[in-house]
Design a protein around this ligand. Structure first.
Ligand code: AMP
Length: 317
C-alpha cells in the first residue's frame, strides 16, 4: 500500500493507472475509520482494479464554531485498517496544498444544500462539494463510493456529478450500525458513557417512525410526532431537525405516497449526530434486524416491524 500526500504525485499515479487500463475506485473519508468506512472499501475493492482512499479533514466544510480542530485523527491506525481492507493508495493531502492562498473557486449545489443539514450548517455542502470535486479531479476515479449515513451529502454529490458532467459512477452504501442500532460515526467517540446510552434515541426514533409507517400511516405529521416524542423523552437529547422529505429533492413531504426519506439531526451533550432511513412501501415486511458488529440478538425494540440495512462484520480488528 502506498501513502501519498503530494497532489502531483497522486495525479501521476492515477494517470499511469488509466494508461494501463486499470479502473480506479475511490472512497473519500475524513479518517478515524470504523466499519462504516470499511463497508465502502469492501465495495470499492469489488468495483475497481485499484482502490484509492483519501483521508482529508476538510476545513472548509466546518463552521467557525464546529469541531475542525478537535475532529478525531489517528493516521497510524487508519493506515493499518486501510491496508487490512485492501486499499492500494491512501491519499492524504494537506489543507494548505488543497486551498493555497488566493483560492476562490467553489462548487455550490444550490437547492439540495438548502435543506436539513444545509440549514443548520451554512456553507457545509459547498465545502463538501468543492473538496470532493477537487479530489475527483486529482484521483480521477471511475467509481466513487459514499455512505447513506450522509444521505444528503450523497444526493449533493450525485447532483454535482450530473450537473458538471463528471464521468464517475457514484455508489451509495447502507448505514452500518453498532449491535444496538447506533449508526457508526467517527464522532461517537466524543460521547460519554451516559451520552452513548442516550444516543440510541436516534435509532429508536427511526424504528418508531418505521413501525408507524409499517402500520399504514402515511401522514408525515403523525410519523414525525411519533419520532420526535421518542427523542424528546431523552433528557440529554436536543433536536436539531426531524423531517420527512422527498428522497431526491430533500423537500418536506406532507404525505408519503411511495417512498420518503426520514432524517434526524440530534445533539447529545455537545455532539451532533445524524441518522436516517428511507420509508418505502416496497420495504414493508423486510426483516427487522441484521446485526452490524457480529451480534446475533436484535436491538431492544424487537417488537417493531421495520428495518433498513443488513450489514456484516467487515474485518476490522
Ligand atoms: P466521513 O469520514 O465521516 O467523512 O465519512 C466518509 C464516508 O463514510 C462517507 O461517505 C460517509 O457517508 C461514510 N460513512 C460514515 N459512517 C458510515 C456508516 N455508519 N455507514 C456507512 N457509511 C458511513
Amino acid at each position: 500500500m502506498r501513502f501519498i500526500s503530494d497532489i502531483n504525485e497522486m495525479r501521476r499515479f492515477s494517470k499511469d493507472a488509466n494508461k494501463l487500463g486499470k479502473s480506479i475506485a475511490f472512497v473519500p473519508t475524513m479518517g478515524f475509520l470504523h466499519e462504516g468506512h470499511a463497508s465502502l472499501l469492501k465495495k470499492g475493492r469489488e468495483l475497481g482494479d485499484t482502490l484509492v482512499m483519501s483521508i482529508f479533514v476538510n476545513p472548509i466544510q466546518f463552521g467557525p464554531k464546529e469541531d475542525f480542530a478537535s475532529y478525531p485523527r489517528d493516521l497510524k491506525r487508519d493506515l493499518a485498517l486501510a491496508e487490512a481492507n485492501g486499499v492500494d493508495v491512501v491519499f492524504s493531502p494537506v489543507p494548505d496544498e488543497m486551498y493555497p492562498e488566493g483560492f476562490q473557486t467553489y462548487v455550490d449545489v444550490e437547492n439540495l444544500s438548502k435543506y436539513l443539514c444545509g440549514l443548520s450548517r451554512p456553507g457545509h455542502f459547498r465545502g463538501v462539494a468543492t473538496a470532493v470535486a477537487k479530489l475527483f479531479h486529482i484521483v480521477k476515479p471511475d467509481t466513487a463510493i459514499f455512505g447513506e449515513k450522509d444521505y444528503q451529502q450523497l444526493a449533493v454529490i450525485k447532483r454535482m456529478v450530473r450537473d458538471l458532467n463528471m464521468d464517475i459512477d457514484i455508489v451509495g452504501m447502507p448505514i452500518v450500525r453498532e449491535a444496538d442500532g447506533l449508526a457508526m460515526s467517527s464522532r461517537n467517540g466524543y460521547l460519554s458513557r451516559e451520552e452513548r446510552r442516550a444516543a440510541l434515541c436516534l435509532y429508536h426514533a427511526l424504528m418508531k417512525a418505521g413501525d408507524v409507517f409499517g402500520k399504514g400511516v402515511k401522514d408525515a405529521g403523525v410519523i414525525l410526532k411519533e419520532a420526535r416524542s421518542v427523542i424528546e423523552a431523552e433528557p440529554l437529547a436536543r433536536i436539531d431537525y426531524v423531517r420527512v422529505c422527498n428522497t431526491d429533492t430533500m423537500e418536506d413531504l406532507d404525505r408519503i405516497t411511495d417512498r420518503a426519506f426520514l432524517a434526524l439531526a440530534v445533539t447529545i451533550g455537545k455532539t451532533r449526530l445524524i441518522d436516517n432511513t428511507v420509508l418505502s412501501n416496497a420495504m414493508q415486511g423486510r426483516p427487522l434486524w441484521s446485526p452490524a458488529a457480529g451480534g446475533d440478538k436484535p436491538p431492544p425494540l424487537h417488537n417493531l416491524v421495520y428495518n433498513m440495512v443488513s450489514i456484516q462484520n467487515f474485518g476490522l480488528k
